[in-house]
Every structure is written in C-alpha cells, then in structure tokens.
Design a protein around this ligand. Structure first.
Ligand code: UD1
Ligand code: CA
Length: 441
C-alpha cells in the first residue's frame, strides 16, 4: 500500500499533570501511543513517523518506531511540516495524519479515510458531538468541507455547528507538500494550524470529503486523567466484547480487566474482579475468578482458578488453584494438580496429580507424580545466603507441618510424620518423623 502515516504526539499534555509524556500513559496495560500505532498497522500502514518532543523521543524509538523531534510546539501544521521535511518525498503516496492521544480510533475508521484518499481526494474524519465542545468545527460546502474553524477563532454561529473535526486526515502527498508551506499563524493561538490546509485545498478546487464516524467516542482524545479513565473503560469493554463474541463468558465486563493480545478459550467463564495481563493465555472450559490476578501465565484447559494470583507461571490442564493461592516465579503445574488455600509456590515444578491443598510454601522444589504435600509444609529453601532445591519423588506423603531443610532429596513412596523437620535425605520408601526427623521403627 502506498500510504504513510504521520502521528502527532509532540504536544506537552500539561493537563495530565505528570512527569511522564502524555501518550505514554497506559490504558489496559499499553501506552496510548501503542493503540494508535496498532490501528495504523491494522489499517495496512507500515511506514509511520511519530512527531515527538525531546522527553518523548527515546521512548518511542525504543518501541521500534521512527520519530522526528519537533523542538518547539508551534502547532499541528508546523508538526506536519517537520515530519514532511524528514520524510523523503514520494509523489504518489498518500499521507494519513492522526493524533497520538486518541487510543480508541478504530482501524476501520482509518481505512475509510484512506479509501477516500485512494480516489485522490483530501479526506478527513468528522463526528457529530453534543455541545459544548472544544473540537474544531467543520464548515460544510454541500457534500464537501470548506474549512475548519478552531473554537477560539469561531463566531457564535460557527460554535453552534455540531459536526467536529476528529483530527484524522488523508492527503495526496504531493498536494500536502505544496499547501503545508503556505500556512500562516495569524490566529488566536499564534500557531500553524494543520486545519487551515483544508481551506487552502478548497480554494484550489480540491475540497475535502468528510468521512463521518458513527461513534464519536472513538475520536475523543485523552487530555487529562479523567479522559484516560473513560478511555480505559471503553477499551476494556471492547476487549471483553471480542472475547465474548469468541465464546468466553464474562459475568461482569465492567469489573473484569483485560489487556490486548490475550488468548482465552471457548466456554471459559471469567468471574468479577479478575485481571488478566501480559500476553497470558487461558484454555477452554476454565473457571477464572472471582478476584483472580493472572499475569504472564499459561493456563491449560479445564482449569479452575479462584481468588488467587498467578504470575509468570504455567498451570496444566485439569488443575484447581485457590482460593487464596500465589503461584509465581516460573512455577509449573504439569496438570491435574490441586493447589489450595493459602499456598505459595515459587519456581517449583509439580508433576501430574501432585497436590498441596493447604497453608504451604514450596520454593525451588520438584514434586513427583501423585505426591501429597500436607497442610503447613514448608520448604526451607534459603539459608540466609543462598537458595537450595528440594526434590520430592512420586507417591510421597509429606505429613502436616513438615519442614524440609534444603537441599534435600526425598525418595519415591517416602513418608514424613506430622511435625517432621527433615534435615537428611530420605531413601525411597523411607518413613521418618520427629525433630530432627529419624527413621520410624
Ligand atoms: C486539533 C485540531 C482540531 C480538532 C482536534 C481533535 C488543529 C489546529 N486543531 O485541536 O480541529 O478538533 O485536534 O482532537 O489542528 N501536536 C504536535 N505539535 C504541535 C501541536 C500539537 O505534535 O505543535 C500534537 C499534539 O501532541 C496532539 C495533536 O497534535 O497529539 C493535536 O494537538 P492539540 O493541541 O491537542 O490540538 P487540538 O487543540 O486538540
Ligand atoms: Ca487535543
């Protein structure tokens, strides 16, 4: 596709009252700018240049996106001048200009304005909005746009216009280059307005075609933290909607917090108060929540996770976790495991069918198939300086309140009595009890 995009993001965003550049503020786990770029790519545009300021620039380049610095913010028209100066001219190309602070804009809307651009027209997205509004007003000339008036420069009757300029435009590149040099800054803000280009096009018999967005909320920019919260709610709803349409039951989308790029299988039910983030994947027929936090996790089919936290870990098919478990630090439950109330698992591997149902800490441990860890078991993995591993074989029965002082190996089929403090390795089939644990007669 012969289209390139200029994404405007050099504005200071002072209303965020933040040390962080505005377009880096996150909603649903991604910066605003991420959504703007994702929508451009989904609309088929690969060549993107972001107009940044000094603070923002390195962050955008770290995202792998080309940038150009606009050192002084002298208006949207000036920002486009700066970007065009940095792009090697391509006479046949179309240029899409949009803002970095509109995370809700859909790829379809960008594609519509580009399609109008394909016919060699200048096109811009407009939307009808309730008044009052700070958006620029669209002054029509029949089916075309004669000009755009900024609110601060508008007459009373122009302010009454309900069709707004969304700030998304498609231009034939060669014409844009001609017109952009002719902008002036004799307006209320003393800035070079990109919007003035529309009147210049109309004067040279190339009036812009409006592409009306049916959903004005998608073009509402984020200017302060209140806008950010509103955009987050809308984005979250949109992400939930995609999963619901793909067969996931979400009991209450308003209290289910999802990020983009998650995988969730059909017939999984997500209960309220659940947060799922960082490229996590969840299988089919799971029950997740209420009040689960799942981050950077891989969860198989038919898994139940009640009020629990799962971070950087894998839960195999048919397992049950919680309520109130914490699985973290590259833990792997292979499958058909049961991890219950108040159990913390860190960097440990549970083979098929291994269980720890109550009040335990398993850190740096391996637990063999079908072994049962009794309530109150602790792997004492830290000697004050180093972490040590615990290896537990298959079909082992660890009695309630056992402390295993690592490094330790416990053989297949072994047993510890309640309250054992295990300070020596246990042979396969061995039976021990006491503090320190000794072989039972
Ligand atoms: C602009 C439009 C207005 C439209 C509105 C939609 C102009 C003059 N007005 O107004 O018609 O209704 O967007 O949201 O274009 N930016 C730069 N460099 C600058 C100035 C701005 O990169 O020198 C960037 C900002 O970071 C922002 C975007 O351009 O992403 C829009 O700038 P902003 O100042 O918010 O324009 P508005 O006054 O909202
Ligand atoms: Ca704005």
């Amino acid at each position: 596709m012969n289209a390139r995009a200029i994404l405007l993001a050099a504005g200071k965003g002072t209303r965020m009252k933040s040390a962080r550049p505005k377009v880096l503020h996150e909603l649903c786990g991604r910066p605003m700018l991420w959504y703007a770029i994702a929508a451009l790519r989904d609309a088929g545009i690969e060549e993107i240049v972001v107009v940044t300021n000094e603070e923002l620039d390195s962050h955008v380049r770290a995202m792998g996106i080309r940038t150009v610095i606009q050192s002084e913010q002298r208006g949207t028209g000036h920002a486009v001048q700066v970007a065009l100066a940095a792009l090697e001219p391509r006479r046949e190309a179309r240029i899409l200009v949009t803002n970095g602070d509109m995370p809700l804009v859909r790829a379809q809307t960008l594609a519509r304005v580009l399609a109008a651009g394909d016919r060699g027209e200048v096109a811009l997205v407009t939307a009808r909005m309730p008044l009052p509004s700070n958006f620029g007003r669209v002054v029509r000339f029949g089916h075309h746009v004669a000009r755009i008036v900024e609110v601060r420069d508008a007459s009373e009757s122009e302010r009454a216009i309900e069709e707004m300029n969304a700030g998304i435009y498609a231009f034939p590149e060669s014409h844009l280059r001609e017109v952009i040099a002719r902008l002036r800054n004799d307006n209320a803000q003393g800035e070079y307005y990109l919007t003035d280009a529309i009147a210049l096009f109309a004067e040279s018999n190339r009036p812009a075609s409006p592409v009306v967005s049916e959903d004005y909320e998608e073009v509402l920019g984020v200017n302060d933290r209140s806008d950010l919260a509103r955009a987050r709610a809308a984005m979250n709803r949109r992400i939930c909607e995609q999963h619901m349409l793909a067969g996931v039951t979400i009991i209450d989308p308003a209290t289910t917090y999802l990020e983009p790029e998650l995988t969730i299988g059909a017939d999984t039910v997500i209960y309220p108060g659940t947060t799922i983030s960082l490229l996590s994947s969840i299988g089919a027929r799971c029950a997740i929540g209420p009040h689960a936090r799942i981050s950077d996790a891989r969860i198989g089919d038919d898994v139940t996770v009640r009020e629990s936290v799962i971070v950087e870990s894998e839960i195999g098919a048919g397992s049950t976790v919680g309520p109130f478990a914490h699985v973290r630090g590259h833990a792997v439950l292979v499958g058909e495991n049961r991890v219950g109330n108040f159990v913390e698992i860190k960097n440990s591997r549970y083979e098929r069918g291994a269980k720890s149902a109550h009040l335990s800490y398993l850190g740096d441990a391996e637990i063999g198939e079908e072994s049962n860890i009794g309530a109150g078991t602790i792997t004492c993995n830290y000697d004050g300086k180093k972490k040590h591993r615990t290896k537990i074989g298959r079909d082992v029965s660890i009695g309630s309140n056992t402390s295993i002082v690592a490094p330790r190996t416990i053989g297949d089929g072994a047993l510890t009595g309640a309250g054992s403090v295990v300070t020596k390795d246990i042979e396969p089939g061995g039976r021990v009890a006491g503090n320190p644990a000794r072989p039972l007669p």
